[in-house]
Design a protein around this ligand. Structure first.
Ligand code: 9MR
Ligand code: ZN
Length: 535
């Protein structure tokens, strides 16, 4: 195999492919008149890559800087997929990664004008019942379907929105293009239009005391069907401290971002954030969430809410400038939290994001320095991991968990964040870009993990509309969960032999929910990382 980024490389970027058999390689340019060899070189032996157990060599063709379509051939007779070298190489990708959120909209029809062939009728508009008291119902329409299922969950929502809002805050120049959604052209960047669809729903997900319902789902996952065919009763599940802290954080952040566009909306969100915060003050203990009996929808359970509270304190402080939040932040800062992760389980990295971006002006020097040292240290570790890996991705064998592409992309986010903090950023930038290269094909299975992007893009996401709409190809722009060293679903367990190296534990199969599902919070970090490279 010859693995490389199947979308391609920008003109001046470093360009490296991974050979598993050959050593000498040629780069061929594909033109109307035919093909021609434009480069012939020796690769550099790397040795055994741990996560894939492949013996690999690295083919460096960075000197190639002419726009065009190319592929590689090696002396073992292997050929690569085609790729492009060109300007703005990841722009269409970023657009579709963001447009994907529109396809998750719940409670409305997807019209052909915006959805093309991927239309569907209005879904999930019935009132939801409180799980704990079926006599009480609420109107909680809207939001994005979380994933391949139709559930809507607060923590994943908060995290996905935060990734998108920070991408916009840091790299606004990458969000100038419209993405053809109903609100396009209203004078507000489409990334904010799309996030607002989620935020308006989130505003409905708060109870009278300020707590956020952990989730809104049916009792059991629907069978495979189009969203509008799912007539099951939806329930509001109990408030958790994890969801409420994430909620406070996301609302405070969003309020800060939208203030310049719609003051009334920003105020509504800030009020929701204050209410959630007072709920947190009243409930200092951890209130987790476990699926009750007779419920099998997503659990998003956690064991600790200190990271969520840390993030909430950070966003509340940055948005209001009030000392009382910084005080809480400083207390929680002392806890043993990573402060470098951006996933739904550990959101403590989002506190770093807040303090090291908008928070730089208000926060105490020592706090800024503390957060900065932590993210720099982690970035150095990631650069090192990336150098230790034959496929140049900053991942260790045990990092291939359910949704490993989220780990890949969250690490890309951390590296990108560090690029915005330091002068000497070349190593961090290379490593961040390597995460994207891995996602788009520089990996041991040779797939691009984004639908529609790459000659060998995966095609069978575990996503109900994709599986049921009768259209061959899925909509473009969906990140797959990716390989998992321990597969959980039946199809994966039956088809992946025990002992398969973790980077190779992947199947492009619609039934593989533990390897090939899509979620909003696997796309959102991809938007963040591509937005950096599209500046
Ligand atoms: O992304 C989640 C992953 O980290 C967990 O290991 C897994 C099992 O708890 O659940 C994943 O989340 C799923 C959620 O529970 C329901 N919607 C689809 C999500 C992606 O598979
Ligand atoms: Zn729906």
């Amino acid at each position: 195999m010859i693995a490389l980024n199947q979308v391609g490389y920008s003109i001046s970027a470093k360009k490296k492919a991974v050979l598993t058999k050959g050593s000498r390689f040629q780069v061929l340019q594909v033109m109307k008149e035919g093909e021609k060899i434009v480069l012939e070189k020796e690769s550099v032996r790397f040795g055994r890559d741990e996560a894939s157990q492949d013996e690999v060599s690295i083919a460096d063709f960075s000197e190639l800087q002419a726009e065009g379509i190319y592929y590689l051939k090696d002396d073992a007779g292997e050929t690569s997929y085609h790729f492009r070298i060109g300007a703005d190489i990841y722009r269409p990708l970023q657009k579709d990664l963001l447009k994907a959120f529109y396809y998750q909209r719940c409670g409305c029809a997807l019209e052909a004008e915006y959805a093309g062939e991927y239309t569907h009728a209005c879904c999930h508009r019935d009132r939801a019942l409180l799980w704990e008291n079926h006599d009480i119902s609420k109107e909680v329409n809207g939001g994005w379907h979380d994933a391949g299922d139709f559930g809507r969950y607060i923590s994943p929502a908060a995290v996905a929105v935060a990734h998108l809002l920070y991408a916009f805050l840091l790299f606004p120049e990458s969000f100038q293009e419209e993405i053809n959604i109903p609100e396009s052209g209203n004078g507000v960047p489409d990334v904010l239009n799309e996030c607002r669809y989620e935020l308006e729903w989130m505003l409905k997900m708060q109870d009278e005391e300020g707590g956020a319902y952990h989730k809104l789902t049916s009792a059991m996952h629907a069978d495979f069907m189009m969203p509008e065919e799912d007539k099951s009763q939806f329930y509001l599940f109990p408030v958790s401290s994890m969801a409420t802290a994430d909620y406070a954080a996301a609302m405070a952040l969003a309020s800060r971002v939208y203030a310049a566009y719609d003051k009334a909306f920003a105020d509504r969100m800030m009020n929701a954030a204050y209410k959630a915060w007072s709920w947190l003050e009243k409930h200092p203990e951890y209130i987790g969430f476990h699926n009750p009996e007779n419920c099998n929808t997503g659990e998003y359970d956690d064991v600790c809410d200190k990271d969520e509270r840390l993030w909430a304190a950070a966003e509340m402080f940055v948005t209001t400038g009030e000392e009382k939040y910084q005080k809480v932040l400083k207390e929680l800062y002392k806890e043993n939290l990573g402060k470098t992760d951006f996933g739904w389980t550990d959101v403590s990295g989002l506190a770093s994001m807040a303090i090291l971006t908008d928070g730089k002006k208000q926060a105490e020097e020592s706090l800024i320095k503390g957060f900065r040292d932590i993210v720099l240290k982690e970035a150095d570790r990631l650069v090192h991991l990336s150098e230790e890996c034959g496929y140049m991705v900053a991942m260790e064998p045990e990092d291939y968990v359910w949704g490993s592409n989220m780990v890949v992309l969250n690490r890309g986010m951390l590296l990108v964040l560090v690029c915005t903090l330091v002068e000497e950023k070349a190593a961090y930038e290379d490593a961040a870009l390597s995460q994207l290269h891995y996602l788009l094909g520089t990996n041991a299975v040779g797939y691009s993990y984004v639908t529609g992007y790459g000659e060998n893009a995966y095609k069978n996401p575990h996503n109900r509309p994709t599986a049921c709409d009768g259209i061959d190809l899925p909509m473009p722009g969906w990140v797959s969960g990716g390989p998992s060293g321990i597969p959980y679903d039946e199809t994966a367990i039956a088809n992946i032999p025990q002992g398969t190296p973790p980077m190779k534990c992947y199947l492009d199969h619609v039934a593989c929910y533990s390897l090939n599902e899509i979620t909003i919070y696997w796309n959102s970090p991809a938007v963040f990382v591509t937005a950096y490279f599209n500046r």
